[in-house]
Design a protein around this ligand. Structure first.
Ligand SMILES: [Zn+2]
Length: 66
């Protein structure tokens, strides 16, 4: 816990660049992506290594290597 706070204050200037990546990556992780087939409003369900549409069955792999 204490280590995390130290890291944040130290990399405040350069964390901006990372924040943009974190937001987009987080959006994918949460499965907030809408189905390309069904369009906006139909979100893809999040699975362990993929996201899929429960309406049309569209599946997209989310190979996250962290
Ligand atoms: Zn769909």
């Amino acid at each position: 816990m204490a280590d995390k706070g130290k890291k944040e204050s130290k990399g405040k200037k350069t964390s901006k660049k990372w924040k943009i990546y974190e937001v987009s990556a987080d959006a994918v992780k949460k499965g907030r992506k809408s189905c390309p087939k069904c369009g906006d409003g139909v979100f893809l369900a999040k699975h362990t290594d993929r996201i899929s549409c429960g309406k049309c069955g569209y599946t997209e792999t989310t190979d996250k290597k962290e």
